[in-house]
Design a protein around this ligand. Sequence first.
Ligand SMILES: Nc1ncnc2c1ncn2[C@@H]1O[C@H](COP(=O)(O)OP(=O)(O)OP(=O)(O)O)[C@@H](O)[C@H]1O
Length: 574
Amino acid sequence: DLSSDKKALLDFAAAVPHGPKLKWGNNNGNTSICTSWVGIKCTSDGTRVITVRLPAVGLTGPIPPNTLGELDALRVLSLRSNYLNGSLPNDLLSLPSLRSLFLQHNNFTSNIPAFFPHHLHILDLSFNSFTGSIPSNIQYLTRLTRLYLQNNSLSGAIPDVTFLKLKHMNISYNKLKGSIPFSLQTFPNSSFLGNPSLCGLPLRPCSKKKITLWAIVAFAIVGGVAVILLVVIFVFCCLRKVGTDETRVQIRKPNPTGGRGDKPRAEYGGGVVENDENKLVFFEGSCYNFDLEDLLRASAEVIGKGSFGTTYKAVMGGLTTVVVKRLNQVVVNKKDFEQQMEVIERVGQHQNVVPLRAFFYSEDEKLLVYDYYAAGSLMALLHGADRIPFDWETRVKIAVGTARGIAHIHSTGGPTFTHGNIKSSNILIDQDMDGCVTDTGLVPIMNSLPAPSSSQSLGYRAPELFENQNYSQKSDVYSFGVLLLELLTGKQPIQSPVRGHMVDLPRWVQSVVREEWTSEVFDDELMRFHNIEEEMMQMLQIGLGCVVRVPENRPAMYEVVGMMEQVRIRSPSD
Ligand SMILES: Nc1ncnc2c1ncn2[C@@H]1O[C@H](COP(=O)(O)OP(=O)(O)OP(=O)(O)O)[C@@H](O)[C@H]1O
């Protein structure tokens, strides 16, 4: 009953050191547990504790037995982002009603337990130091929809299990080895990355040790056909290439005299002269070990042409992939350019900002090197041709992450430092499906305000910028507001003409009466999720607060972050 639940919670708080946020008191009778204790929710009749959410409250040490494991009506337990360590007590692992267990971002070091509550829907043990192999008993969690084990120290082979309901799974960045079981091959490669000894779809194929005679014959036939096909494709490509502007280019070492020679115009590095002064400058902490020559030799593919120049995906030696931005219209000299690169490097030190890894400056050529974000941009996620349904949790994560990234840029860059080009194509998605801001710090070295690279880009531009070019941090706040509305509505920033007039997203949202927001404004895809309406409404209000016309009336970016975090604290999702 509630008094035994209360005792279990107090025993837990007494045994586990924690920060000042947790002020559970023994006074005010039992009912106060359900109404005023931080992180606690009860059944509607107030008789049992069903939710314990204590994210980031400084919990330290192991979870003691006979505390939380006594809450036998508990459905949701979140102790994420604390300093918990040791192993998980058995009573906790046998809670009969537990549906969601969030223990990510702690310091647990034991093996993954061999058994978990039977009815678990969500299990998140990521970003800990769990060791050992993934137990095959995990297959008995037949209702599991989400399984996150990434960034631990798990080893051994992945058990060959079939999860009927599993929709999201991530076991990346462990030490797993062997082949990926067939039943898990439908998950994207981001779910498996960072396990160098893992092979099979969707990663690289496993090498076969024993090949039968039949297999050799089959390989020979398939190989022969493949060679013929390749020859046909090669001839076809050569024919197509003649007279067309090429988008896929082979980078060759430049003419040592610095002349362009016969290099195709689409190549980056067209003006590169290699000598001691003109070297690729890497920043500290960069894990790459290629040099300018490797970069120039890489096979490069144009992935976009933006307002600052052309962006290439460059693959070196079939292994290292980076993104190279070839800037045009740089208006500053080498010294100022280098100074700005240092600023960019400094503001890039945040998990929600894409770090600049290296740069190159010569009179004719300015190159920037970034990590390649395989998941692409927020724009592609929201509006791309091969987009997948995009759930509320992921949208909120990306929105909050992006806001944190911009707030960091503003605070580290100084009061006059702005991003200047916040838009969904400049928000890249990392392996944790978090949003990361790219193209930071380019405006000061280019023609001050970027020319819009598409009509949609105009939709992010704050109204004051159509009158003057006084870019401020509040103009970034406006652009972020548009981006937040884009995430909530699933709509592009500029709507197709209504009676001959282009309508921007903020005006369109404001034109819908508040009572109809739920049915009219929010993305249809979000309608299938339950209990998110209140949170969506609050996020929409924050977005609208960012896009007010008068810059001074917009909140600062750190305030936007605070408001968004408040929404999450009031109704955290996990
Ligand atoms: N590091 C990266 N990893 C993966 N994709 C990237 C990376 N950087 C940029 N892109 C993608 O490449 C494309 C071209 O980017 P680019 O910055 O040249 O143009 P843009 O973002 O469309 O416009 P703008 O120059 O105005 O920012 C965009 O779709 C962008 O999302």
